[in-house]
Design a binder for this molecule. Sequence first.
Ligand SMILES: *Cc1c(COP(=O)(O)O)cnc(C)c1O
Length: 463
Amino acid sequence: MDWDDFARWGARLSDWGADYHKTLRDRPVRAQTAPGEIAAQLPDTPPDGAEDMEAIFADFERIVMPGITHWQHPRFFAYFPANAAPPSMLAEMLVSMIAPQCMLWQTSPAATEVETKMLDWLRQAIGLPAGFAGVIQDSASSATLAAMLVMRERALDWQGNVAGLSGGPRLRVYCSDQVHSSIDRAAWVSGIGQENLVKLPTSGPQRGVDPEALRTAIAADRTAGFKPAGLIAVTGATGMGACDDLSALTAIAKAEGLYTHVDAAWAGAAMICPEYRALWQGVEQADSVVFNPHKWLGAQFDCSAHFLRDPDALRQTLAIRPEYLKTHGQADVTDYSEWSIPLGRRFRALKIWFLIRAYGLDGLRSRIRNHVTWAEGLCETLRADPRFEIVTDPILSLFTFRLAGGSDDDQIALVTRINDDGRVYLTQTKIDGHSAIRFQAGQFDCTEDDVKAVLTVLDEMTR
Ligand SMILES: *Cc1c(COP(=O)(O)O)cnc(C)c1O
């Protein structure tokens, strides 16, 4: 392919992308594909000869597209959103064409300096105080792992990387029973271990950890000779949106010398609206906070904003400078690869710049406010309908409900029927050991009518 062909294909793919999005409502949200169906259409061996782009693209449309679940569909109400706003897509097109590696300041000064500015824009947008420095990680999972490694190194007087963990004290990290599986995996990968991730029970409408339970667990661990190292608190957990009382928990963590990380991967985006910030009151006391602009905000995957009160602790944990990475005469620059686990880094800040400028914070706020309002409206309609019962009230735009009087199997059967129908996409969760159906609104192009389509589908599917 020469560059003239590239230009022709680039223009054609942009047209294809616009048509795809304009006609997205006509497609089933969740792929209606059986396991193995796509693989069966691909040859078992790679071609030895070159193939024509026309043939490659035709196969993409014929084989791949039917097996896609449409995350940008306006009636995607499953999991959490993974929004890709058009200006963010354009920025990613530019980045994919320039394809820079942004590991050191020197390897693309613009990428580093735009990243520093954009993370400060985001910091202000979500109301974190000055003094937090930000970095873009590929995912919240990586940010949480990085934070857990800091907890480990800090608790081991920065000797874990040097000496390894064997023979060291047994470190303990505390969190709620609502946390995302990425917290468990961070405990595995960091060498802290599942058994030393202490999951505390939650209660109340927000399903937060009881601060007394945290205090008691820390005291018991100290008595047992263990070493409390950190706390992972959550704002907007995946199941039903659980929020810990950050003021109370961070106060205890601070008094006990623990490093605190806040996982607000989904809910953090909503904090651009000041009226929701009560959900994470006390966040300014944390050492580390992560939220995903790649979820609700509209900067497409991958883009996870990680804020640190003391980036030196992270650098002390992760920085490594072999000879080939040394740069000379640039003592005062930021090398973001020292803040993250992978060395290579994409230029992710450009899409934040395009996104925020193209909509303004007000444009982004109004989307999030609409989603919350429409989710609350749907919840009230279901509450008034005797066929359904609300299991957990909305936290932001997320609530859970059940078919009244139905068994767990009935709830799963209903979700399956809805998703096989394809007009909307919902998923299930477990609340207090029982299956519940989960609804969240957050897709960028979602309208109130799209949310109301859930009622139409529920009505037909329960008849
Ligand atoms: C989505 C989510 C994660 C994981 O985010 P990734 O960026 O996919 O790693 C972690 N925690 C919560 C609360 C989430 O909603």
